[in-house]
Design a protein around this ligand. Structure first.
Ligand SMILES: Cc1ncc(COP(=O)(O)O)c(C=O)c1O
Length: 463
């Protein structure tokens, strides 16, 4: 690594504070950001030289881990062969074509037509636009409404921010509201006292059906859903929910978009989780992140052949939507190599084998103060913190519990992602038992430290 003495590091921080506007960042920042400068395997290193276990996986995405020379070589080779050429003018790139075919092979049912994008937001944006295109073309232009859920995150374009359900993100921003409808949270931990999980599932499925009937099925285009709601707090809907919500959608010809931006590419132990984990064959799957393990940006919307035939009505029909860098050849070459690595090293199998250990170890944190819920699947987990473990009373947002735990873990050499009153954990899929132990141990001491700190500050806690 290039050495940065204190003066050079301070100058870097000054430039960042003066000139960068970070995602979700302050427009006039008051505090300095830290810099991450290197990665190797499941570890990253910051500018000060601290080596940190990356329990975040970049941002739910560095599935194959850092420092893969094979990725660098595939990317460099494609840059030298042909970095870019437009896919708009009746030409295709070889990596984009090979990747489309590979994705079609990996997806369930007849999901076989791949529209490559630049990331997850553009994939979801395109999916919603495709539904409008479909219904406009087939004489059902009234079908416009999109149903989504509280706690969902689908992206940061105008349209995908509108269908996201993390309401605190939307406070100072405008979004579409006329055509977007949020169902209540599907978080089993927050179900009414005394309600069983099967009853909760019935209730959540009924929420969807009620909303479709309230709006009128002839006005509803689609339902968009992450199989596990990641940024909303790693929420796993109750068992049977996915399949049953699909049946409701089928009943009213409401199309189902399964947002696998986080759950795809091994995170839940399969290339795609919709069918393999949740018995769900949707009309559209969207993905990004783990598609290239974050080495370069790329996303995809994968449509069923049935949907495409329906939209074409047997005649030539152009879907006038796309981006200059849709299916960028360099990104597609990276994705092909990433998938080859996932398969060669059987990282999906590794996740399936080790996930019980991962979840069980995290589950041991339930005994600690503040820990209300520990949940997740595969290598995707969340811990929700509360003031009162018996009643699930929340901590005041000003306590900043997720951030406190995140900072305490970092001091112990482990990164986790603060998500409001929860933290998210999604390490590279290459981690082993030893790293799981390190992660859980750092969390354990950080939670105890935070509980002590809050008690000293006079915050009322009950266990
Ligand atoms: C489930 C889900 N969908 C979509 C997105 C948006 O993807 P991107 O940030 O690549 O646009 C994200 C990003 O975190 C996500 O978690």
């Amino acid at each position: 690594m290039t050495a940065f003495d204190d003066t050079a590091a301070a100058e870097l921080a000054r430039k960042d504070r003066a000139h960068a506007l970070h995602p979700w960042g302050e427009v006039c920042p008051s505090a300095d950001n830290g810099f991450m400068v290197e990665g190797d395997g499941a570890y990253i290193r910051d500018l000060e030289g601290h080596r940190l276990l990356d329990g975040v996986g970049g941002l739910w995405c560095v599935n194959i881990g850092y420092g893969r020379r094979e990725m660098a070589e595939a990317i460099a080779a494609q840059v030298m062969r042909l970095p870019f050429y437009s896919a708009f003018i009746d030409t295709a790139s070889i990596p984009a074509t090979e990747l489309s075919a590979r994705l079609a092979e990996a997806t369930p049912g007849d999901l076989s037509r791949v529209f490559l994008t630049t990331g997850g937001s553009t994939a979801n944006d395109s999916a919603i636009r495709f539904l409008h295109f479909l219904f406009n073309r087939t004489g059902r232009a009234g079908k416009k409404h999109i149903i989504t859920r509280a706690d969902a995150y689908h992206g940061s374009t105008y349209l995908t921010a509108s269908v996201s359900g993390k309401f605190s993100d939307l406070s100072d921003l405008d979004v579409l509201s006329d055509q977007v409808h949020h169902l209540p949270s599907v978080n089993p931990y927050r179900r009414p006292a005394g309600m069983s999980l099967p009853e909760f599932c019935d209730e959540k499925v009924a929420d969807l059906e009620r909303k479709i009937l309230e709006l009128g099925p002839e006005t509803v285009a689609g339902f968009i859903a992450e199989p596990v709601l990641a940024s909303g707090g790693v929420i796993v809907p109750p068992e049977g929910y996915h399949r049953r919500t699909l049946e409701v959608c089928r009943k009213y010809d409401v199309k189902y978009i399964s947002d696998e931006v986080v759950t795809g590419f091994g995170r839940l132990g399969h290339l795609f989780a919709s069918e393999s984990v949740f018995d769900l064959v949707p009309d559209i799957i969207t993905c990004a992140k783990g598609l290239t393990s974050g080495y370069v940006p790329l996303g995809a919307m994968i449509l069923s052949e049935t949907l495409c035939r329906e939209a074409s009505c047997g005649e030539s029909a152009a879907f006038s939507n796309g981006f200059t860098y849709s299916g960028h050849p360099v990104a597609c070459a990276a994705a092909l190599t990433n998938i080859a690595i996932l398969e060669r090293e059987d990282l999906c199998g590794h996740v399936r084998r080790l996930a019980p250990y991962f979840m069980e170890h995290l589950g041991s944190l339930r005994d600690l103060p503040l820990v209300g819920d520990v949940r997740g699947m595969g290598f995707l987990a969340g811990v929700e913190f509360v003031a009162d473990k018996t009643t699930a009373r929340s901590l005041a947002p000003e306590v900043g519990i997720g951030k406190r735990i995140g900072a305490a873990c970092r001091r112990r050499g482990v990164m986790v992602r603060p998500l409001g009153a929860a933290i998210g954990i999604s390490p590279p899929l290459t981690i082993g038992r030893e790293q799981i132990d390190i992660l859980v141990s750092a969390l354990r001491s950080s939670i105890l430290e935070a509980a002590d700190e809050l008690t000293r500050e006079g915050v009322r806690l009950a266990s």
